[in-house]
Design a protein around this ligand. Structure first.
Ligand code: PNS
Length: 159
């Protein structure tokens, strides 16, 4: 059974993330979505909140499971028996960062491959950071993120 790993900070998940996961789920028997604690980024949502939002946004896909972890991605991939990481690329700027991570992961765990899928043009301008910025200043992100995320952003920033 071919399984793929879709890791990310998902703080919060956007429609771009959901699109990449949906498309990955069409090509693999199973997809593990890993919500990763990223020490270099200050998160707005807790790991548990991000996992909950993704579970709701992805409940229409049968072959996807969502987990969170704090550690090295290569260790998580090994523990789950996953040999392929799938990431989305929006622009050349993404590629430079993603290539470096893919090569580091391959150096740490030979045989662990990374595959890239090109972002759906409809969502190529989206990032979690921009979505948070818009929501923080009272802008609407409806239609750019799953409804559960839109609601959570309004609640978080209206405090
Ligand atoms: O959505 P992001 O923030 O671009 O995702 C980056 C992420 C979480 C996939 C990356 O930071 C990661 O893999 N973190 C786990 C720790 C790790 O393995 N670091 C070495 C990566 S080469």
């Amino acid at each position: 059974m071919a399984k793929a790993l879709c890791p990310g900070s998902f703080d919060p998940p956007t429609n771009g993330h959901i699109d990449v996961i949906e498309r990955t789920a069409r090509w693999f028997d199973g997809v593990v979505v890993a919500v990763v604690a990223n020490p270099s980024k200050e998160a707005v949502f807790s790991l548990a909140e991000r996992t909950e939002m993704l579970s709701e946004a992805l409940e229409h896909i049968d072959n996807v499971s969502i987990e969170s972890f704090d550690g090295l991605l290569v260790d998580f991939a090994r523990e789950r028996g996953v040999g392929v990481i799938v990431k989305g690329l929006r622009a050349v700027s993404d590629f430079e960062y993603e290539l470096q991570m893919a090569q580091m992961n391959a150096a740490l765990s030979p045989g662990l491959d990374t595959m890239f899928v090109t972002a759906n043009p409809s969502w190529a301008f989206l990032s979690s950071s921009l979505v948070k910025q818009v929501a923080r200043y009272g802008g609407s992100v409806d239609g750019l993120v799953p409804p559960v995320v839109s609601k959570a952003l309004v609640e978080r920033f209206s405090r």
